[in-house]
Design a protein around this ligand. Structure first.
Ligand code: BYC
Length: 324
């Protein structure tokens, strides 16, 4: 279906569109002041904006455990990780702003449901082992998706990704370290680690997006190098990388049909429940309402700061005008 969409767009292509595509095909980096098709700009705003929202909303399930971390060291590490996520959100909002959209506008679109955040953050973090599973699986999936995006065609996005990926690698390792401690701890701790893997495995697989057959944007986004791989390619890479890690931890991936396939050189695995995925996208995830409520409260509570800054800027501008 999507291939047809690309074809019909191609038939209305102008010379400027073709020149732009030639730049993309040559591997050029597109910078904010360069000419770009409106669809390219809109696709980037959607993807970068949703990515930024995911980083910010992603602070909520982890922030939940800062006060309950089991040791001072674990608390300091988790605090640093959650602060990193805020930084990632800021780099990404800045990258989106270079495309002519304001951060306030992106936030309003998130709050009124016009923009999404990653489905994974609509799931609850119920135990300390979930901090391990989130770092290991969620950051692991994020890295799988984001390392190729360091070579994406839009310069500000690609450059933001370089730093984000370095920090995500640290996050993934801290998550695996938490899982190692739990998996090699008491039998109660091992059960918590297994339970966290059981609950996060399929939601982590959903992070890569719908299957390629259902993905509306992949074909065009890959043509523009806004995406470097299809959703299914990255999901498979993630499974292939993560299963041996679960074995090393002595944990069982909750998929009875998971099996190494000698012929393909990959694991065969069960697809996530796509009905559940699309329900989460519509705002029916277990924590969807809580996450948006928390964001709305933060936005409302910050109104006086925004108003104060605007009033100060207006006063300065008026004074500068009077002095002319
Ligand atoms: N959740 O045509 P498709 C992180 C939407 S990690 C929610 O395949 P696309 C973090 C999609 O937006 C997570 N929505 O879309 C990690 C589209 O709807 P719209 C953030 C999803 O864009 C640890 C529709 O489904 N990472 O931040 O080509 C700690 C059809 O899908 C999801 C990124 O954002 C989902 N999982 O591919 C803290 C990476 N999947 O927009 C934070 C950059 C799909 O038409 N983004 N949808 O209404 C991407 O690589 C791509 O946007 C995706 C989706 C692979 C996610």
């Amino acid at each position: 279906m999507y291939a047809q969409l690309v074809k019909s767009e191609a038939s209305s292509e102008t010379q400027a569109d073709r020149d732009f595509q030639a730049r993309i095909d040559r591997g050029d980096t597109i910078e904010p002041k360069d000419w770009m098709p409106e669809g390219y700009r809109r696709t980037l705003i959607r993807q970068i904006g949703q990515h930024a929202h995911s980083e910010i909303v992603g602070q909520l399930p982890e922030g939940n455990w800062i006060t309950r971390a089991p040791t001072l060291e674990r608390k300091a590490i988790l605090l640093a990780k959650v602060q990193d996520e805020a930084g990632h959100g800021l780099y990404l909002y800045c990258a989106a702003e270079t495309l002519g959209v304001s951060r306030d506008d992106l936030t309003r679109q998130l709050l009124d449901g016009r923009m999404k955040y990653s489905s994974i953050f609509s799931y609850p973090t119920l135990t300390w082992a979930d901090m391990g599973a989130v770092g290991w699986l969620v950051d692991g999936a994020a890295i799988m998706n984001q390392v190729p995006l360091q070579r994406t065609s839009y310069g500000p996005y690609a450059r933001a990704m370089v730093r984000i990926c370095k920090e995500e690698s640290f996050h993934q390792r801290q998550g695996f370290d938490v899982m190692m401690k739990m998996a090699n701890g008491t039998s109660a701790q091992r059960r918590m680690a297994q339970d966290a893997l059981d609950r996060f495995w399929f939601p982590a697989l959903m992070m890569f997006g719908p299957s390629d057959a259902e993905s509306v944007h992949s074909a065009q986004s890959m043509r523009w190098r806004i995406k470097m791989n299809t959703n299914d390619e990255l999901r498979q890479k993630f499974v292939d990388q993560t299963v041996p890690q679960a074995e090393y931890l002595g944990l069982t991936v909750p998929d009875p049909d998971l099996a190494w396939n000698e012929e393909t050189g990959h694991y065969d695995f069960t697809e996530p429940d796509w009905d559940e995925f699309f329900a989460v996208l519509k705002g029916d995830g277990p924590c969807s309402a809580d996450r948006i409520d928390a964001k709305r409260k933060a936005w409302d509570d910050g109104a006086w700061v925004r108003e104060g800054l605007m009033a100060h800027a207006a006063k300065k501008a008026a004074a500068a005008l009077a002095a002319e």
